[in-house]
Write a protein of this length. Structure first.
Ligand code: HEM
Length: 215
């Protein structure tokens, strides 16, 4: 199948990596061409926030797409996509920390505690950090596959917190956060359905083996 050959090609990670860099390169380009609008800090905050949520959703879409399209090879890109979610999350948080709050940590602390949308965003960002730190093969070995998998479920927390953060920050038009919410819901619901199917198949196999033993 040409798709499979393309997805398993060693060089394929290079165009995917380059594509993931496009949003930040576009921001740099706009900065040097004074094209960041009347409020550049707001522009950067919004663009990096949007891309954090998009990359979280794209990373979450890898497993359902693998199952749906029968393309296990897609897993090769999951780590890179997740790290890009964290990368855009870092840019987003740094924009807030540096360009919005000028490293005024007492102001930031107050914000995190008193403004619910900042609390949710902060929770989403904190949940992403251990995922990025333990994304290497060495950490999978150290933690063991099962514990590593459990820890990496934090991406669900991060995506849900990101949607709540977006929903709480918009003043009137909630359509965009609701669309993101629906996408994240579908991606998580597919996992529940797949897990149920897998355990039902396991039970059926067990029953079959018992029957064969009786015969
Ligand atoms: C999982 C982590 C996060 C995600 C997915 C996320 C996502 C977003 C999104 C989608 C937006 C709106 C962009 C738009 O309007 O087009 C946004 C805005 C914003 N975010 Fe985040 N964010 C995260 C973490 C944080 C953190 C840690 C902070 C700061 C502590 C933060 C502060 C802000 C601010 C100040 C805005 C602009 C609010 C406004 O327009 O009034 N975010 N974020």
């Amino acid at each position: 199948m040409p798709w499979k050959r393309l997805l398993t090609a060693r060089w394929m990670k290079i165009p995917v990596f380059t594509l993931c860099l496009v949003p930040v390169l576009l921001l740099v380009w706009k900065y040097f061409h004074q094209d960041l609008g009347a409020n550049p800090v707001e522009f950067i905050t919004h663009a990096t926030g949007d891309w954090t949520l998009r990359f979280l959703a794209i990373t979450l879409a890898v497993s359902p797409l693998r199952r749906l399209l029968g393309l296990p090879e897609l897993v090769r890109f999951r780590r890179m996509l997740g790290l890009f979610a964290f990368f855009y999350g870092c840019l987003h948080f740094t924009t807030y920390l540096w360009l919005d709050k000028f490293f005024d940590f007492s102001e930031i602390g107050k914000d995190v505690l008193k403004r619910p949308f900042i609390t949710a965003g902060f929770a989403g960002f904190v949940a992403m950090a251990p995922l990025a730190l333990t994304s290497t093969a060495g950490w999978i070995r150290r933690l063991g596959g099962r514990r590593w998998q459990m820890l990496h479920r934090l991406i669900y927390v991060s995506a849900i917190a990101g949607v709540v953060h977006y929903y709480w920050l918009v003043k009137s038009d909630v359509r965009k956060p609701l669309i993101y919410g629906a996408i994240v819901f579908v991606l998580l619901a597919e996992r529940v359905v797949a897990a149920r199917r897998k355990s039902a198949a396991g039970r059926a196999r067990g029953a079959g083996a018992n029957l064969a033993a009786i015969k």
